[in-house]
Design a protein around this ligand. Structure first.
Ligand code: NAP
Length: 469
């Protein structure tokens, strides 16, 4: 822990005691060694959940402004250079030459050991996620379990990595395919499900016999570090099977370039926004590098006039407001038949008021947390202001709940009414053309099935869609 520059005040002020403090580190993991950046450069990670006495009697510990001057930086972690990313890739390649020879059964045994270690440490992992991201602790547990479900599944699949036999044109010929591990996989993850995304990407790659260089989002590096700490405890992986490089937003482009252009990287696995995914995919395309892209959405949620409205409301609460609206499959545009939109809005407001519990994100009863950063707040405020300026009516929410911290944006319901995007010649409201990624439900009236299908399909991404009838 000597290398960890941490703010002990923040760690002491959270109502959780880490069972294993060694999971908290500030260094990159390259070739089996924990290393600070050669230049000594670091970047800050903000602890989002320190108590503020001046919040009065809210019985809550809440997010603090991300202000280093106020001592709210929880950790300083290594800010890696492009050279260090190259070293990590080379370490991954060295490990690959050994690891690729492991039998399927041996890989499964190792993956099972890692899964068991992750499972045994899930409370600490959830706490790191809550500390970095401000996710309510119960939700953090759920996302760790979600990540574990991938590891469980990949273990089972390892022994089912069969090839194919294919009929040939000539009677005495045989065509068959054999599945081989590709090599080093570069993996880039977003901040919104930091542990689950890391487990999903690393688990899939090592199950297939590949090695990994993982770069987490700068808001949540500690989650990836902890995942790698647990990986290191498995005896039997060659050093360099998993590497973690770290960087802030200013370093990401250079890290991304190295990952896209280094010939030793055989596959880039990216989860994040569509714009960044398109860019990285384009860069990888230059050398025909394989990619896996999990990108953004703008999910339509359609409620027809014959739907059970309460069921649809319950579905929308889960799909729109889960993780404060910060998941890729969250409903973004809510189309409701005009004959039921008023009743639907009333039921939605009443149900959300009953459903959500605010307060300390360390309280297991709390089920609605803050947004991840000021960047998130600004985007949501912009979407709401834009919709209101174009005639939408605010039914509830629409502003930060300041008493619960600077990033607590409450569930917000808008009705676009007469100025609906479905009416001709209107400038589209921003949520029609951009993913909001926050707890805003714009209700848009429609009259016919053809009309709503055409509206739902105006957006080019089709990550998720929902309908009730
Ligand atoms: P983002 O801005 O695209 O960033 C995702 C990751 O890419 C971060 O680690 C980011 O680091 C990094 N990055 C950005 N530009 C890069 C570059 N030029 N080279 C290398 N890395 C680069 O997305 P986000 O805001 O973190 O995440 C939210 C998005 O992810 C939403 O659109 C959501 O829908 C999507 N998502 C999709 C899924 C899915 O399964 N389809 C799951 C979860 C999230 P920096 O921040 O340092 O730039």
């Amino acid at each position: 822990m000597a290398a960890l520059q941490q703010n002990d005040i923040i760690l002491k002020s959270i109502p959780y005691t880490f069972k294993d403090h060694s999971l908290l580190d500030s260094r990159a993991f390259i070739g089996g060694k924990w290393t600070p950046a050669t230049s000594g450069a670091t970047f800050p990670v903000y602890g989002k959940v320190t108590p503020r006495p001046d919040y009065g009697n809210f019985e809550s510990l809440t997010q603090l402004p991300a202000d280093p001057e106020d001592g709210k930086v929880a950790f300083h972690v290594a800010n890696n250079s492009r050279d260090e990313v190259q070293q990590a890739i080379e370490a991954g390649q060295k490990a690959f030459l050994e690891y690729k020879k492991f039998t399927h059964r041996r890989r499964r045994t190792l993956l099972r050991a890692w899964t068991d270690i992750v499972r045994a440490n899930r409370e600490d992992l959830a706490a790191i996620c809550t500390l970095e991201l401000g996710k309510p602790i119960t939700e953090s547990y759920t996302t760790v379990n979600y990540g574990l479900s991938f590891l469980d599944w990949f273990q089972g699949e390892i022994e089912r990595l069969y090839g194919d036999t294919i009929p040939a044109a000539k009677a005495d010929n045989r065509i068959f395919t054999v599945r081989e591990p590709q090599g080093v996989v570069a993996a880039i993850t977003p901040w919104n499900l930091p542990i689950a995304m890391a487990l999903r990407k690393v688990g899939a790659a090592i199950a297939a016999g590949c090695t990994v260089v993982l770069k987490p989002a700068p808001e949540t590096p500690m989650c990836a570090i902890a995942v790698a700490k647990l990986f290191e405890r498995v005896e039997g992986y060659p050093a360099g099977t998993l590497n973690v490089v770290l960087g802030d937003a200013a370093s990401s482009p250079a890290i991304g370039e190295e990952m896209c252009h280094n010939p030793l990287v055989r596959h880039l696995s990216f989860t994040g926004s569509t714009a960044v995914g398109k860019y990285l995919n384009g860069e990888c395309g230059k050398s025909l590098k394989k990619t896996s892209m999990e990108l953004g959405g703008n999910a339509p949620f359609i409620v027809f006039e014959d739907a059970d409205l309460q069921k649809a409301v319950d579905g929308l609460i889960a799909s729109k407001f889960r993780s404060s609206g910060q998941t890729c499959v969250c409903a973004n545009r809510v189309f409701v038949h005009s004959s039921v939109i008023k009743e639907f809005a009333e039921k939605l407001q009443a149900t959300q008021e009953k459903t959500f519990v605010y307060g300390s994100v360390w309280d297991p009863k709390v089920n609605f947390g803050p947004l991840y950063s000021q960047r998130g707040v600004d985007k949501i405020a912009k979407h709401v202001e834009d919709a209101v300026s174009k005639g939408a009516q605010l039914v509830s929410g629409g502003a930060i709940k300041k008493e619960l911290g600077p990033y607590l944006y409450p569930p917000t319901i808008l009705v676009t009414g007469e100025n609906s995007p479905s009416k001709a010649n209107k400038t589209p409201m921003l949520f029609m053309i951009e993913e909001t990624f926050g707890p805003v439900a714009p209700l848009i009236p429609f009259d016919t099935e053809d009309e709503v299908l055409s509206l739902a399909n105006t957006f080019q991404s089709g990550l998720a869609s929902y309908f009730y009838n």
